[in-house]
Write a protein that binds this ligand. Structure first.
Ligand code: ISE
Length: 349
């Protein structure tokens, strides 16, 4: 019987609230120990909904509090790196929503700090790796069903249309997931990127670039294309396809009813990622809490994956800004993060 992991949640906006509810209601072996948010009332509301957890005005106090075994960070992106660092200093396992940091350099410092500790405490919320449809593609590719995977093709559409959305935000906030999927599903690293974007509506602000096409070259001669559209209007959709030597594997759409009526055939489209990836968010936390309980490696994205995706997104932003292809360095994966390395890791004390 493993001990219950008491998780402190920093950031109780939409994403943090969902994580807190999942921990409280759906993740075996987890409890919400406390919450902290710039909006104290919001933190208090979520704490009350999660069994009357404590409310911390200071997120650093939450991290250090002896009743908190592990920390989940879902606060605004610019705060992630500092909170992750504090968790490493406190020796506590941490699940950080993507991005791990705002720049590759900040992410690199976290990787260095974790390596200095010699054990993996950091998990990054790139949750496609827990989506049943993506996992089915991974299984088929790993089983060699289509021969060697050669190309990843991703489509990623958000429904809602912010009228101001710089291309760099589309890259760091949205495309980062597909970049991670390409690396994960092909098992290769990105070596070069080329990015073009358009503003889809004349009334959007001048800085807005809400539809992007990314072309990636990866190691071992692999390729990827990613379409990210932030103003699709009709709904939220993410598709991933791996084209192999002898066939292709594509994510199925999550099962839903098809209604045929009045000469038409229709099925609902999700409106937001919290619906489309409902199960992935739960499974990600189940996997994370299990890894903390058992002291084994988290099978999702590590600090290294967070760092590498940051390096690639930085290159994509440069490619978008310059209109030129940009080379991406592919540093060797440190031993701590290699799959073949002895299982190191983790653990709440
Ligand atoms: C959002 O922040 C997410 O993380 C979703 O998973 C992603 O699909 C969406 O594009 C982002 O805006």
């Amino acid at each position: 019987m493993h001990k219950t992991i008491a998780v402190g949640v920093i950031g109780t906006g939409g994403m943090g609230t969902r994580h807190a509810h999942n921990l409280h209601r759906l993740v075996p072996g987890a409890a919400v120990a406390g919450t902290s948010d710039v909006d104290r009332d919001r933190a208090a509301r979520v704490a009350a909904e999660c069994g009357g957890a404590a409310v911390f005005d200071d997120p650093y106090q939450l991290i250090e509090d002896p009743t908190v075994n592990a920390v989940l960070i879902a606060s605004t992106d610019s705060t992630h790196a500092a909170f992750v660092r504090a968790c490493l200093e406190a020796g506590k396992p941490v699940m950080c929503e993507k991005p791990l940091a705002e720049t590759a350099q900040d992410a690199w410092h976290l990787v260095q700090a974790e390596q200095a500790l010699g054990r993996r405490l950091v998990a990054v919320g790139l949750m496609r790796r827990f989506d049943p449809q993506h996992l089915a593609v991974e299984r088929a590719v790993r089983a060699g069903k289509v021969g060697r995977g050669l190309m990843f093709k991703g489509t990623h559409r958000n429904a809602k249309v912010p009228t101001h959305l710089p291309g760099r935000v589309v890259i760091t906030n949205s495309a980062v997931h597909d970049i991670d999927s390409a690396r994960w599903l092909l098992g290769q690293e990105v070596t070069e990127v080329f990015v073009r974007g358009v503003r889809t509506r004349p009334h959007f602000s001048g800085e807005t670039v809400d539809m992007l096409l990314l072309q990636l070259a990866l190691t071992d001669g692999c390729l990827a294309t990613v379409e990210v559209t932030s103003a699709a209007g009709y709904g939220y959709e993410v598709c991933a396809e791996v084209v192999g030597e002898t066939g292709t594997v594509t994510t199925a759409q999550p099962a839903d009813a098809v209604v045929r009526l009045n000469g038409q055939s229709a099925t609902d489209v999700d409106q937001i990622w919290l619906d489309r990836f409902r199960q992935a968010y739960v499974d990600e936390l189940v996997g994370w809490v299990e890894s903390v309980q058992t002291g084994t490696s988290f099978r999702g994205a590590s600090a290294w994956d967070g760092y590498v995706s940051q390096v690639v997104t930085d290159a994509c932003i440069e490619a978008l800004n310059t209109g030129q292809p940009v080379q991406v360095p592919t540093p060797e994966t440190p031993a701590l993060y290699r799959e073949d390395a002895a299982p190191e890791v983790v653990g709440a004390d």
